[in-house]
Design a protein around this ligand. Structure first.
Ligand code: SF4
Length: 389
């Protein structure tokens, strides 16, 4: 396997199987889409007589979606958001236009979340349990395995809705039609925006959002829906990190991608691999611990050059070419040189991870589009058998 062929194949899969929320199912977005369900780009700055632009409205929806998209079943989570949004708007609770209304009508919001969660569970739990070798009774979209809807509604829905609310308050008597987007675009790059989205002292969402969700949001904002008004490379297709999550970690481990950049011992030292901590006493892959980990392997000159360009001009995390090459960013130079995007690569990982590379000992390798490049399938079955995410 060559590493560039693997990266390219994953991105090709993502190109043909994009993964982004279905805006067309949300009633208030219908008149913003054309017949092919694409956003009418020319009308994004229309306000439709309301207090915010369409661009801002979509941005608020995507931020909320990214925060709650951390549950175990992407389809279920997206249905939950769409159905609750439609329900609340049908009752004139216009919580994306007026975030305060979500808190003023918290009782109704909680009832809708609860009842929609039950309906979605009735439809999806069986299939989810089969695919994940789990029990249908364990199906739960509330995150952190929490069963308390108050915590879920206020923490996971309330915090991302409170951000535009606070920004509006801080603007005082100088209101904007796009306060959230203005704030996000005030950072020098999308990557710097994602860091502040989580960590900013006043406006950061803190523990309500994970690093993965921040990067997922950047992907939708910039690549999937092109909502950003900034046009420079630092807000372009290579300006944010890949939203690495457990699906990505599993595919990248099994294919041999991660072992191309460091040894198993190095991953164990960083607790990316945690011996005996996975399901059934197998080794656990916690790919989020890879953050900041440099590769110990030599890189070709042209990849080093492209990595420098990514760090300085696109991510804007460095003033000059860095001396270390972080594993989490190593697909970027390959994708840049191949003219494939970060979004396509991530969409490919989601597609493979949720349709073929299931988190048990019998993934659908025979049908998987990566099988002729995958080390786990071709020569190292222990990469599949001995690890779980
Ligand atoms: S070939 Fe098998 S192990 Fe490899 S990525 Fe595909 S499903 Fe996963």
């Amino acid at each position: 396997m060559t590493i560039s062929a693997l990266i390219s194949r994953i991105a090709e899969q993502g190109q043909s199987h994009p993964s982004a929320p279905q805006l067309s199912s949300v009633a208030i977005f219908k008149n913003m889409l054309d017949e092919e369900k694409r956003i009418k780009v020319d009308e994004l700055d229309d306000t439709d007589g309301s207090n915010i632009t369409r661009r801002e409205l979509l941005t608020r929806f995507l931020l909320l979606n990214a925060v709650i998209d951390q549950g175990p079943d992407i389809v279920g989570v997206r249905n939950l958001l769409v159905n609750v949004t439609n329900d609340l708007y049908s009752r004139e609770i216009r919580f994306l236009h007026r975030p305060l209304s979500f808190f003023q009508e918290l009782g109704i919001a909680i009832n809708q979340i609860l009842s929609q969660h039950q309906s979605i569970k009735a439809i999806r739990a069986q299939e989810w349990a089969q695919e994940n070798r789990s029990r249908a009774s364990r199906y739960n979209l509330f995150m952190d395995n929490s069963r308390q809807v108050l915590n879920y509604a206020v923490f996971r829905w309330g915090v991302p809705l409170a951000l535009p609310l606070l920004l509006e308050k801080d603007l005082g008597d100088k209101p904007s039609f796009s306060p959230l987007l203005d704030y996000l675009e005030s950072y020098p790059s999308a990557e710097r925006m994602t860091n502040n989205l989580k960590d900013h002292e006043r406006y950061g969402l803190g523990k309500a959002i994970g690093d993965k969700a921040c990067h997922l949001f950047a992907k939708w904002l910039i690549s999937s829906y092109a909502l950003t008004r900034r046009r420079e490379p630092s807000w372009g297709p290579y300006s944010f990190e890949v939203p690495y999550d457990s699906n990505a970690g599993r595919v990248l481990w099994r294919t041999g991608y991660l072992l191309h950049w460091a040894s198993e011992e190095e991953y164990i030292k960083r607790q990316v691999i945690q011996k005996g901590q996975g399901k059934g006493g197998l080794d656990y892959i916690r790919v989020t611990n890879i953050r900041g980990m440099p590769t110990s392997r030599p890189l070709p000159k042209e990849i080093q050059e492209a990595y420098g360009e990514i760090a300085v001009q696109h991510l804007v995390t460095h003033k000059k070419k860095p001396a270390k090459f972080e594993i989490q960013r190593l697909q970027h130079p390959f994708l840049l040189l191949a003219k494939q995007t970060i979004a396509a690569f991530d969409d490919g990982l989601i597609y493979i991870g949720t349709n073929y590379c299931f988190n048990h000992d019998q993934p659908r390798c025979e049908e998987c589009p990566l099988n002729d490049l995958c080390a786990g399938h071709i020569s190292s079955p222990h990469l599949i058998q001995n690890y779980r995410t």
